[in-house]
Design a binder for this molecule. Structure first.
Ligand code: IDP
Ligand code: MG
Length: 164
């Protein structure tokens, strides 16, 4: 399965705003339909400590505390996805951080409600449904934070792989 050196594993988290809007299935489908392989999946209740650790690299920024509050405000859906160029492909499918800049067809572009700007004022952070690793290093670190080795399955061949 790893014969292609572009094969990558990445980490995705549907944040509480995405879970509460019942977008879990829809979001997973977006990744499945481009051929990525799901190798880890779980719902997690996040405490402040875990949220702070996940967003450690943003500590000190004005939106850090609100971001931690948002991440720990309800259940999240954590997943591992694998495939060719998985890290950049997932980021492309997720779309820009600022929902109004996220293109149509991306998850944030299609599903962030444009009232988010009001929520941003109220909450102090942009509610944008989803997190995805932004580099190979962050993917390794985030997967280790959210999944034990035994929570992940070995990559398996998709039934629709190599159909052309
Ligand atoms: P990303 O989620 O697109 O990778 P990051 O820059 O890593 O964006 O920021 C993490 C999260 O922090 C974003 O998804 C968003 O929820 C929030 N955020 C980022 N920048 C800002 C900001 O300038 N104001 C308010 N919230 C922000
Ligand atoms: Mg980020």
């Amino acid at each position: 399965m790893n014969e292609n050196n572009t094969w990558e594993r990445t980490f995705v988290l549907i944040k509480p705003d995405g879970v509460k809007r019942a977008l879990v299935g829809t979001i997973i489908s977006r990744f499945e339909r481009v051929g990525l392989t799901l190798t880890g999946l779980k719902l997690v209740s996040v405490d402040t400590e875990k949220a702070e650790k996940h967003y450690e690299s943003h500590r000190g920024k004005a939106f850090f505390d609100p971001l931690v509050r948002l991440l720990s405000s309800g259940p999240v859906a954590a997943m591992a996805l694998e495939g060719a160029h998985a890290i950049s492909v997932v980021r492309k499918i997720v779309g820009s951080t600022e929902p109004k800049e996220a293109p149509p067809g991306s998850i944030r572009g299609d599903f962030c409600h444009m009232s988010y700007a009001r929520s941003k004022e109220r909450l102090g952070v942009i509610p944008n449904l989803i997190h995805a690793s932004d580099s190979p290093e962050s993917a390794v670190w985030e997967l280790a934070l959210w999944f034990a080795d035994e929570d992940l399955v070995q990559p398996y061949e998709r039934a629709d792989a190599g159909f052309m």
